[in-house]
Design a protein around this ligand. Sequence first.
Ligand SMILES: *Cc1c(COP(=O)(O)O)cnc(C)c1O
Length: 361
Amino acid sequence: MSKFWSPLAASLIPYVPGEQPKDQTYVKLNTNENPYPPSPLVLNAIKDAANGDLRLYPDPTCSALAEKAAAYYGVQPNQVFIGNGSDEILAFAFAAFFSPSNRPILFPDITYSFYKVYAALYGIPYKTVPLDEEFRVPLDAFDEPNGGIVLPNPNAPTARYIETERFRGVLDWNSDSVMILDEAYIDFGGKSGVELVAEFPNLLVVHTLSKSRSLAGLRVGVAIGHPDLIEGLNRVKNSFNSYTIDRLALAGAAAAFDDRAYFEETTRKVIATRERTDAGLKQLGFRVIDSSANFLFAEHPDHPAAGIFQGLKQRGVLVRYFNQPRIDNFIRISIGTDAEMDTFLRTLEDVLRQDGGSAEA
Ligand SMILES: *Cc1c(COP(=O)(O)O)cnc(C)c1O
């Protein structure tokens, strides 16, 4: 607490990102980063952009990148918004489409924890929709008057995917409110809802280059929606900061869309490693939720997750543990390289053996 904080700053409960520890080298499977480096085209484009032009402001409209992204998604450039990571897009979207004086917005009870944080920041009321026992999203429950909807697909941290076609009903019922579809993990096996954008002016689809394009460190996200929604995002952006994407990020992100072959190859590898890891976990007695993402969500019937998390960490393997109701017996494991996942499974076996099935680890 500080007397200098505004009542708003004092009231916030900020989001806590996964650790980026500096104390030792870990097999780092805790923040859903891609284990493969970005495409060589991306690195070259960034190197080329590192020149005297950095004295100049970047293009505030990101037009070259927006055109690339539009071509990739099969939409018009005025249906594309570029953000400094999809987190920034979400922050702008909450301000642009949701309101403190409107009905509560709806999102699942188990989901990306940033949604609550943005709602609190802007004073937007929200109501959570409980997932079923299998962590499926009951889409019928979104059929109630609301001030907006936020759904990640696949969901985080459960990794579960909803068939994109099933959103038609929700979008129809909620034609007076905006639905944000957060597709951070869609490239790992799902079908994007971008194709619904032409039909539903209330749908904003949000993508990130952080996961499937190995660019978490560059900070670029893309939103696709009706031009009116994009204009709403631009109104908010230009009331904060007109230059959210720097010259290096603009160059690197454009090159990422150029190298489709590399993107498809690394994504395919992550999916194959996920399936191997899923089988390995089941062999060790874990219950693993079906994943369409670059991570797995798993629990063991005899070994508490908190102990597994600690045991892995002591042995140099970092996964994510959420000490939250309903999911406090699960660990979330980001998919690394095959070698990293072999180390993970071997270490995990050791942890389970030492634990001996007791509550203590
Ligand atoms: C990782 C993630 C994001 C944020 O991605 P950035 O583009 O790196 O800001 C947004 N939503 C979900 C569900 C995520 O998992």
